[in-house]
Design a protein around this ligand. Sequence first.
Ligand code: B12
Length: 654
Amino acid sequence: MSLPVVQPAEEGTELRYDGCVLSLIPPMTQLNTPYPSTAYLTGFLRSRGVRAVQADLAHGLVLSILSQQGLRSVRSEAAEPANAAANKSPSVRSFLKQFERYESTIDRVIRFLQGTDPTLAHRIVTRTFLPEGPRFESLDRFEADPETGDDPLLWAFGVLGVQDKARHFCTLYLSDLADVIRDAVDERFEFVRYAESLAQSQPTFEPLAQALATSQTLLDRVLEQLTLDVVRKHDPNVVLITVPFPGTVYAAFRMAQTIRRQHPTIRIALGGGYANTELRQLKEPRVFDYFHYVMLDDGERPILAMLEHLSGRRSEEHLVRTYHRCSDSGSVIYRNHPEPDVPFSQVGTPSWDGLDVGAYLSTLDLLNPMHRLWSDGRWNKLTIAHGCYWKKCSFCDISLDYISRYDTAAASLLADRITEIVQETGQTGFHFVDEAAPPKGLESLAQELLRRKIQISWWGNIRFEKTFTPDLCQLLAESGCIAVSGGLEVASDRLLKLMKKGVSVAQVARVTRAFADNGILVHAYLMYGFPTQTLQDTVDSLEYVRQLFENGCIHSGFFHRFTCTVHSPVGRAPNEYGVTLKPLSEITFACNDVEFVDPTGVDHDKLGRALSKGIYNFMHGIGLDADVREWFEGKVPRTTVSPRFISNALRGRD
Ligand code: B12
């Protein structure tokens, strides 16, 4: 029988749905703060009168494994005769040898990283408290000052930086344990991604299907228990599982497998950044042995439609952006009844209620200063606008909804959301998670925050465009801006133009310097291996970066290798960028990255090592006066960039 179509509930009105909706974050995401999708969906559903709850099983898994009991289980696995090869790994050997010290310190370390036992820092920095594994060798690269004999870590943490130093040591301790888990329990494990390669750009479901059919690892068993516990606690009718990145997909399927086996009446849906990016050509029926629905793009409208369908008020044909398996033919059907998305102004305030925000771990890596913000501290995550206002960059997935549909909200509404979030979480730090926060939107928000005397700190990603004048940067700093990141990509005016980035190197210098002059940390996203990039472009790009550090424009940066995706302008029209795509195999599951042939034939892998080495040293103020050719192995051409290019640009001369 086909059900009548109902008009979607009026914006702002309540949805009649009696059941409970549980949103879950699968392992692994981040240690320091929850990934925000469940907070967004929970806040939205509650604003529509739906009983909505959430849990973060990534965090749950970390706390279970990093406990006395968890480490005992890891030791049992490591000591298994079948793991003889793994026992040979230096991490495992060190762990087994020092097991009693790990067992007696783990709970203290976790409480310290949760911020509940700060005085332990003094003990940790003595380096007699924690057992040390191979990861601590990284400290050896810091040599003592030959003249003064000063503490080798002085440059990083200063004289008073006891808390930071202790956090860094604890991070090395956890990294050793992650290596042990990888070597002795599950080779696919890392703290920020789990079994990523089974999902990332995997044309068929086969590798994932095989992994899901094999016997459970220790991590799978712990995850199964956590899943059953959370379902028992909330007794939901619907479970929403979010997959923001490929490194969460395997665990999401394991969770669905558990729920489906033990609670067959619960309806399970999958969605999130990974689905939105990689599952747009889904044809694999076996996915629906785990999930009832897979949904694309923003979840609000498709979830409302699903709940209406489940409460008998909407037919299956009228689901929105939803794949399901046809009960007759067994094949996958995509339903997309055309209905407008919920406007950004009406998605409600994200709610972290139900997540134990105080129990996340503030770790500290020394990769770069921006990385510190990603991995340290509990940030409330908020979007200033939906989508990107620029949406032209040719390397970016601009054909996808989360970039292409730009939709804003008034500054007063954003300030209301900020106030509510601070009240709920007690935290005043915000990470604005926009792809590129709009300058006009930031300006009005800053004015509103100042007018209402709302004290927060915030950081986020922007484009280094000329709208960010010194005056605007000052206003943003006064409103609480502490850091910005932005793409300089390949620092080359020719390539920036080809990328349609809409900025020039000289302009980036002026904008970044305006931020830096206002005490704001500036991080540059850099890229190498873009189509047609020559060896000369790469040398010149590192020279621009050197000068940007030398002139105090940027403090932090990272070179990423360009990857071509099928959703980007380069992937859609490769000939316009002078490259040819390698043919993709038939897609029935995921699709994103696509390999290409660039006639320049440059060995970008080799150059990438030089770029990483160079920038890492620049961040520590090393090598700023040297010729950039020194960072490269073998002979490379001299830079064609004038040594005063950036200082001239700062004086207004391009
Ligand atoms: C900010 C950001 C980051 C930050 C913070 C990440 C974090 N852990 O919080 C940083 C810079 C650290 C980062 C790192 C990475 N990121 Co990132 N990141 C983003 C960005 C720009 C915003 C994420 C966000 O917070 N959005 C706000 C939330 C609320 O949106 P959302 O999760 O998409 O949720 C909505 C919908 O997806 C949907 N939804 C979500 N869950 C569910 C569930 C169900 C059942 C349904 C129906 C719907 C649904 O409804 C929600 C509300 O509308 C996105 C792109 C984007 N615009 O979304 C990329 C994005 C998620 N990142 C991506 C990637 C690949 C990564 C990295 C793996 C990169 C790398 N190689 O290191 C790492 C992984 C880091 C980690 N392990 O935590 C990709 C993932 C694509 C893919 N192939 O899977 C994205 C989509 C960007 C892209 N196209 O490249 N990232």
